[in-house]
Design a protein around this ligand. Structure first.
Ligand code: ADP
Length: 668
């Protein structure tokens, strides 16, 4: 093989991330170690999984471990593992690009904002590049398991990277950090030992630190009569090296759970909550599930790359095991370790195993229980670290502040949109998910649960009313709320297209039907008297109704009188089973074909404008004006619900004409 050095450029996004890392003034540079140890631990897990089926892959090198090798003389810290290793192409791919979706936008956004804030790099989930927080040059030598050839990757973060053939005795990876001058503390035994304890204690594999000790040489004495010693190098395991989830709950601190979460997910922020459980009896499993502290960039893409990890009897089987997590809980993270699957289960057949469905049920149940507890908890005071605290340069204590936090509301804002899907997809848990739904309301501040709504209902109110619009504000100002308001009824304001399916899937809550304020006739528990009055008004205005209908022709399905309104002259409603205009719009935007629905134009017989119109229609000299007014009523009803009239320019023109006429009259 020719000893050729290949020069490679980084993907543009990597350059962007690196420039943030290199220029960062962040004081918690030590996080690099956690990231690199996590990668090494993953590499050991991947190897042991492959070794389950590829006999002989481990060879004589059966003890898996991660080594930390500080070298004062060279000014380097090496993180070494005997894991899966990387081929030439994997080095180029894994350490030269960022595969995650959304990275490009985030990088561009950060560049545009001129932000060089290291805490933001956590959002990229790009642990390896954190090496450049402390190193001005990084050398990686790696040999993939099962290959004879090792490769060396070198970069100074400024000018791409090089790759050349190299030597390595056996499989695995060395990450050699050429430490910056101000990072020499990471050579000290004491510092490294502390960092491993602090950030990486739960790593299942032994993390060994190479230390130097003075040891007696035989029985020899020096001139003072003391035993003669010499410097020797030894390995000391510095972590507990047992899987965190196997430890009894009482022995694990919150901090350790948080650190484990960061290790697992490569997130930099604490989780919002977690649940650690053991199931015994017919099923045997241990689980540790986390609700993330913030939504990832690609929350809505169904392809998440980190979900729940499956272990069988402590052996890593599968990352992001979607068989264990329904789609509507795809934001959850964690680990499931089961005794009920055979160790030789393959990644592909996990799905077909009978026990898998049972495990999934447990995951759903434990997650819902955790969320219910959070909802129950309400607002609490918690001690949180000061973000981006730069005051503790010299390893002082992290400063903390007391903050009021409603963990469930925080969760709901970040992940509610996904959880809701459960109402639609999981019939067995529909009721439980329904209790966890939160909405804005026309009468209460903040989030409201359906139960709270029902508890506030006046006795005579029979249904739960809601309105769906493009935003909460549009919903709040919708004309459809008017009559409900007048009766003192609360309305739930929904602004998410998914809600349309959610309410449809739910149908009822606490035996009260969910009714759209913008659909159907909205009988509103009218009294007999009110019903009679509406009938009489319909007869009285029948001429006008015909005229408006004739003018609007095919644009509407029907024109009728309503008691739904108080302040507005008109509104548009959808028939009982129709789709809301908002959903229709979203579907169209997504390229779906939606048959154009004709809506019903409802007029308010008590409104001055409608009454005047009735008079105009009777006035032979001016009855032609009714047609312009009809168009305007229709147009403004569309605008009020957040839609555009079919001919916006024509609508604007009609308003101008009317304004001119009105002001002419004023002058005359
Ligand atoms: P992430 O770990 O979040 O995928 P990183 O930037 O930390 O992102 O690492 C990129 C990829 O490089 C990893 O997914 C892994 O495939 C590979 N990698 C990193 N470190 C090692 C290692 N020590 N051994 C084998 N592969 C590694």
């Amino acid at each position: 093989m020719t000893q050729q050095v290949e020069q490679h450029a980084f993907q543009a996004e990597v350059d962007e991330v690196l420039s943030i890392v290199v220029n960062s003034l962040y004081s918690h540079k030590e996080v690099f170690l956690r990231e690199l140890i996590s990668n090494a631990s993953d590499a050991l897990d991947k190897l042991s999984f492959r070794a389950l089926t590829e006999h002989g892959l481990l060879g004589d090198d059966k003890e898996l471990h991660i080594d930390l090798i500080p070298s004062e003389d060279a000014g380097t810290l090496t993180i070494r593992d005997n894991g899966i290793g990387m081929t030439h192409d994997e080095l180029v791919q894994n350490l030269g690009t960022i595969a995650k979706s959304g990275t490009k936008q985030l990088a561009q956004q950060l560049a545009a904002e001129g932000k060089k804030d290291i805490s933001l790099i956590g959002k990229f989930g790009v642990g390896f590049y954190a090496a450049f927080l402390v190193a001005d040059k990084v050398t990686v030598t790696s040999r993939a398991a099962g290959s004879d050839q090792a490769w060396m990757w070198v970069s100074d973060a400024k000018s791409g990277f090089t790759i050349e053939p190299s030597e390595r005795e056996a499989r695995g990876t060395n990450i050699i950090l050429h430490l910056k001058e101000d990072a020499s503390e990471f050579l000290r035994e004491y510092e490294l030992r502390n960092l491993v304890r602090r950030y990486s204690d739960y790593v299942r594999h032994p993390i060994r630190l190479r230390v130097e000790r003075q040891k007696p040489v035989g029985d020899e004495k020096d001139e003072k009569g003391n035993p003669k010693t010499e410097k020797v190098q030894e390995w000391e395991t510095v972590n507990t090296a047992s899987a965190l989830w196997t430890r009894p709950k009482g022995e694990v601190t919150e901090e350790q759970y948080h650190d484990f979460y960061k290790h697992l997910t490569h997130e930099w922020t604490d989780p919002l909550a977690y649940t650690h459980f053991k199931v015994e009896g017919t099923q045997e499993l241990t689980g540790l599930l986390f609700v993330p502290g913030q939504a990832p960039m690609d929350l809505f893409s169904n392809k998440q790359n980190k979900g729940v990890r499956l272990y069988v009897k402590r052996v890593f089987i599968k990352e992001d095991c979607e068989e264990l997590l329904p789609e509507w809980l795809r934001f959850m993270r964690g680990v499931i370790d089961t005794e009920d699957l055979a160790l030789n289960v393959s990644r592909e057949t996990v799905q077909q195993e009978r026990v898998t469905a049972g495990i999934k049920k447990q995951v759903v149940n434990k997650t819902l229980t955790l969320l219910e507890e959070l909802a129950e908890e309400g607002e609490t005071t918690r001690t949180e670290p000061v973000e981006d605290d730069e005051s503790d340069e010299e390893g002082g204590e992290q400063r903390t502040v007391e903050v009021k936090i409603h963990r469930y509301h925080k969760f709901w804002s970040a992940f509610g949109r996904i959880l809701k899907e459960g109402v639609h997809y999981d019939w067995n848990n529909k009721e439980r998910v329904a209790k966890l739904l939160r909405y804005r309301s026309s009468t209460a501040d903040g989030w409201t649960s359906l139960q709270e709504y029902v508890d506030r209902m006046p006795e005579e109110q029979k249904s739960i009313y809601y309105v769906i619009a493009e935003s909460v504000d549009t919903a709040r100002n919708s004309p459809h709320l008017e009559a409900l308001r007048k009766r003192g009824y609360e309305v739930l304001l929904m602004a998410d297209p998914v809600d349309e399916w959610v309410v449809e899937g739910l149908g009822k809550f606490a035996d009260k039907p969910l009714v759209s304020a913008a659909k159907g006739a909205l009988a509103l528990d009218d009294t007999e008297e009110e019903k009679k009055e509406l009938e009489a008004q319909t007869t009285l205005f029948s001429g006008l109704i015909e005229r408006v209908k004739g003018n609007l022709g095919d644009h509407v399905a029907e024109v009728r009188m309503t008691h739904r309104l108080t302040d507005s002259p008109a509104c548009l409603v959808t028939d009982e089973h129709g789709m809301s205009p908002y959903l229709e719009k979203i579907l169209r935007q997504n390229g779906q074909e939606v048959p154009g629905q004709k809506r019903i134009l409802e007029l308010n017989p008590d409104h001055e404008v409608i009454q005047r119109l009735q008079e105009l229609a009777k006035d032979d000299a001016r009855s032609a004006e009714v047609d312009t007014w009809s168009q305007l009523l229709f147009g403004q009803a569309l605008v009020a619900e957040g839609s555009l009239p079919a001919d916006p320019a024509g609508f604007a023109k009609a308003i101008t004409t009317l304004m001119r006429r009105a002001s002419d009259k004023g002058e005359g």
